[in-house]
Design a protein around this ligand. Structure first.
Ligand SMILES: NC(=O)c1ccc[n+]([C@@H]2O[C@H](COP(=O)([O-])OP(=O)(O)OC[C@H]3O[C@@H](n4cnc5c(N)ncnc54)[C@H](OP(=O)(O)O)[C@@H]3O)[C@@H](O)[C@H]2O)c1
Length: 321
């Protein structure tokens, strides 16, 4: 006899366009339920009468108290939340010397603190149910810093570091955490109306060349990105539901890397880093206290033990190898 299908309830941010809106369609097409949020919910009018979709207004930069209230309200809609997708985000690109602190803070509030605060709002619910999945949208920008791309890169680097720790903290409670690390996908993200690239009034002429080259590259890339956003969304949904490419998977990696450009960039970065490490072995050892345990005696190195993934309490809080 066929098993009844498990219906999940999803909570999504940033659904007014791009990947967020595609997520809503993909989730509904699978027969799941979704609370779709946007700063302006009139952008989601096509889902207004769909009984599997509820629309909520949400700016992810709201205070923790407001995010907590929204989470409580969202949980009441269908009785629980199985999956949180932290999708909202935007690109701020400036050279660092011209970047205003207020703009940088807004970039981090949207791309880093908002997703983490919202996750904090849903975690008590997921922990108490010993079940849940949280997805964070990351980028190759988290792997490669390019000139003039610093603020966006910094936000996604910070997000990846935060999520890497979070995963280890919540795994013992049945909460799965993943980073969808995307290459360049053909959404509106690079449209001049969406990305924040305007230079300040005090722009520094020394950087004109770099800024113009960067802007030209963004304009040339916009609309020609190699990645199909429909496919990206399907792969992420498959990862959560263990269907399609992920059918039969017991463990999904922390990073779900999407786009052939993403694989190449991340591989190049890792290989470059390994090459850098090769030349630094002796240099690194030269700063250890002399006469004490060597790196081989890893049990004696508290810091090493803390950071070495061989040790269970790094990957799971409770057990030590
Ligand atoms: N497309 C790519 O190539 C790519 C690559 C790597 C990572 N990503 C990531 O994927 C996610 C979605 O991007 P996308 O390509 O779908 O771009 P998009 O079409 O520009 O969508 C971004 C969404 O985020 C929303 N948003 C921005 N600030 C918000 C805030 N403070 N509160 C709530 N919503 C907010 C936007 O809403 P408004 O309409 O209100 O502005 C919009 O719905 C982002 O996190 C992005 O960094 C995209």
């Amino acid at each position: 006899m066929a098993q009844p299908r498990f219906t999940r309830v999803w909570f999504l941010t940033g659904c007014s366009s791009g990947l967020g809106k595609l997520f809503v369609s993909a989730i509904v097409a699978r027969g799941d339920k979704v609370i779709a949020t946007a700063r302006d919910i009139t952008t989601l009018s096509e889902f207004e009468h769909n009984e599997d979709v509820r629309l909520l207004r949400l700016d992810v930069t709201e205070t923790q108290d407001i995010l907590n209230e929204i989470a409580t309200k969202a949980i009441q809609v269908f009785g629980h939340i199985d999956v949180l997708v932290n999708n909202a985000g935007y690109v701020l690109s400036h050279v660092w010397e011209e970047t205003r602190q207020s703009d940088l803070l807004h970039q981090f509030n949207t791309n880093v603190f908002g997703p983490l605060n919202l996750t904090r709002a849903f975690l008590p619910h997921m922990r108490s149910r010993r079940s849940g999945t949280v997805i964070f949208m990351s980028s190759i920008a988290a792997w490669l810093g390019v000139a003039v791309g610093g603020p966006y890169s910094a936000s996604k680097f910070a997000l990846e570091g935060s999520v890497e720790s979070l995963e280890k903290e919540v795994a013992p409670f049945g909460v799965h955490v993943h980073l969808a690390v995307l290459g360049q996908f053909r959404t509106a993200i690079l449209e001049s109306t969406r990305r924040k690239t305007d230079r300040t009034l005090e722009s520094i002429s020394d950087y004109d060349g770099a800024v113009e080259a960067f802007q030209t590259r963004l304009e040339q890339t916009n609309g020609k990105q190699p990645g199909d956003p429909v496919q990206a969304v399907e792969r992420v949904v498959d990862a959560v539901c263990r269907t399609g490419h992920f059918a039969g998977y017991e463990n999904i990696p922390l990073r779900i890397v999407l786009g052939s450009d993403a694989i190449e960039i991340i591989r190049d970065q890792c290989q470059g880093m390994l090459r850098d490490l090769e030349g630094q072995q002796e240099l690194a050892r030269s700063t250890d206290f002399l006469g004490e345990a060597k790196l081989g005696d890893i049990n004696n190195f508290v810091a090493y033990v803390f950071y070495h993934p061989r040790f269970q309490f790094c990957s799971k809080l409770q057990e030590v190898e």
